[in-house]
Design a protein around this ligand. Structure first.
Ligand SMILES: NC(=O)c1ccc[n+]([C@@H]2O[C@H](COP(=O)([O-])OP(=O)(O)OC[C@H]3O[C@@H](n4cnc5c(N)ncnc54)[C@H](O)[C@@H]3O)[C@@H](O)[C@H]2O)c1
Length: 439
């Protein structure tokens, strides 16, 4: 089985199935498709399936033209029919792994995928889980689900974990050039996993188990979460001390070794950094272990939106205004610059706090034309207002929550009565600096 699959991969005759056609799944569709593999994509959302089959992308940074070429060449099709999973020789799982209300791992999407796969699992298939999760998931959830098939892992079929490392909107790296970690359930699984990814990715790094591979991803994200919390905390202190934290970070970054810069902001955002660390905290409880750094970082980071609101409140107060009734223009609601993604965006948290205090809110974000109902927030009545001089003038304050490129911040400051900047987006502004408050 192993040799057969290896030679199918080598000759690019292996068919690749990708489950979950989102921010992670679609770049993989493009990568495998453009390397000459036939790709079949699976998603539970029929609207996405229809769009993708028409060669249309629904994610801004994923080029619809590239998808269209693959669809026309019959190299890619999307389907919601999971009975077809058996057609794929290698199946890559990229479904969501959010948290429940109580911040416990919500594995329902992986569970459902496992339930679908067990019906079609056959000899000669490789299953690779890419969704971020706690160490043990691949073996404890998927391997367990596959046992009743009677198929032997490492002999009849192969199972690996390979964490996704997409950085949407980062032009410096692509799916091909970001090294890929792989861990297998058995050595044979690892061989096949390595062969799968080596056929489309420049550098594949193997580790000794699926659990190690699962933890690699969590370590990467916890490292970011903890360091962002550190600079966020220091930002509050340096504001009190009247020291510019951004200047300090820039200067410290000149050290050629031993220092990696992290930057403060309006709070932690995105689908990974605020969520993934809790996957490890949850698992650690099984070992009577408390992950204190994660806990502390979570506390510091989740207090930041409140701090931003405090800074805005006091800046308005200095102008004799209350938050209640003040018109606040939120500049940027995406969780980071130049992406069309609002998942876990701190801007939404801040909007919630300001709304509770009676502020009148408007937002402007060229990447997010309208807001939809989400798990925690519902601003579905709001759509983006074009950023104009009139718009800025008729607000009491502009709150910069996302520093999208392409905005003339000098122009913004000139035409705004007050600018509260959480991203140091106004660092180059020379005129009207007295109107800027850092938060
Ligand atoms: N977006 C990133 O940059 C990034 C980076 C690293 C890791 N991850 C991880 O990758 C995983 C996927 O994240 P994403 O950002 O691509 O999510 P996403 O929401 O963009 O995409 C997930 C897709 O899966 C579909 N889906 C949901 N349940 C399904 C099911 N049972 N079967 C098939 N499809 C299903 C959804 O409709 C959606 O299209 C998560 O575990 C995430 O933590 C994401």
């Amino acid at each position: 089985m192993k040799q057969e699959l290896l030679s199918q991969l080598e000759s690019r005759k292996a068919k690749i199935g990708i489950i979950g056609l989102g921010y992670v799944g679609l770049p993989l569709v493009l990568r495998f498709g453009e390397e000459g593999f036939k790709v079949i994509g699976f998603d539970v959302d029929p609207q996405k399936v229809t769009k993708l089959n028409a060669g249309e992308s629904y994610i801004r940074h994923i080029d619809g033209g590239r998808l269209k070429s693959l669809v026309s060449a019959k190299a890619f099709e999307a389907t919601a029919d999971f009975a077809r999973l058996g057609e794929a020789d290698c199946v890559i799982i990229c479904v969501p792994t959010p948290l429940t209300e109580k911040k416990d791992p919500d594995l329902q999407y992986i569970e459902k995928t496992g339930d679908a796969l067990v019906k079609t699992l056959r000899k000669g298939q490789l299953i690779s889980l890419e969704s971020t999760t706690y160490p043990g998931t691949t073996d404890e959830v998927l391997l367990e689900k596959f046992k009743p098939t009677g198929l032997e892992v490492g002999k009849d079929y192969f199972l690996v974990f390979s964490p996704e490392r997409e950085d949407p909107g980062n032009p410096k790296f692509s799916t091909r050039t970001i090294p890929k970690i792989v861990g297998g359930t058995t050595p044979a699984c690892l061989d096949v996993g390595r062969a799968l990814y080596s056929s489309v990715i420049d550098r594949v790094v193997t580790v000794s188990s699926t659990r190690a591979a699962e933890l690699v991803k969590l370590l990467e994200n916890i490292y970011r979460c903890v360091n962002i919390a550190l600079v966020n905390e220091l930002k509050i202190l340096t504001d009190k001390m009247d020291i510019d934290i951004w200047e300090v970070i820039a200067a410290a970054s000149t050290k050629p070794f031993g220092f990696t810069p992290f930057y403060p902001g309006p709070g932690l955002g995105g689908h990974c950094i605020p969520i993934d660390p809790f996957y490890l905290s949850w698992k650690a409880k099984e070992y009577d272990f408390s992950t204190r750094f994660i806990q502390l970082a979570g506390e510091v980071n989740s207090a930041i939106p409140h701090y931003v609101v405090e800074r805005l409140t006091s800046a308005l107060n200095d102008k004799g205004k209350a938050v209640r009734g003040s018109r606040i223009l939120m500049l940027g609601v995406a969780y980071k610059k130049d992406v069309d993604d609002v998942r876990e965006s701190p801007a939404l948290e801040i909007m919630e706090l300001l709304q509770d205090k009676g502020a009148v809110l408007t937002y402007s974000d060229p990447y997010i034309p309208r807001l939809h109902k989400m798990r925690k927030h519902d601003f579905s009545h709001m759509s983006s207002a074009p950023l104009t001089e009139e718009l800025m003038k008729k607000h009491d304050a502009v709150l910069i929550t996302t520093d999208h490129t392409g905005i003339d911040y000098q122009w913004l400051v000139t035409h705004s009565p007050l600018v509260v900047d959480t991203r140091n987006a106004t660092r180059e502004v020379r005129l009207g600096r007295e109107k800027i408050v850092r938060a």
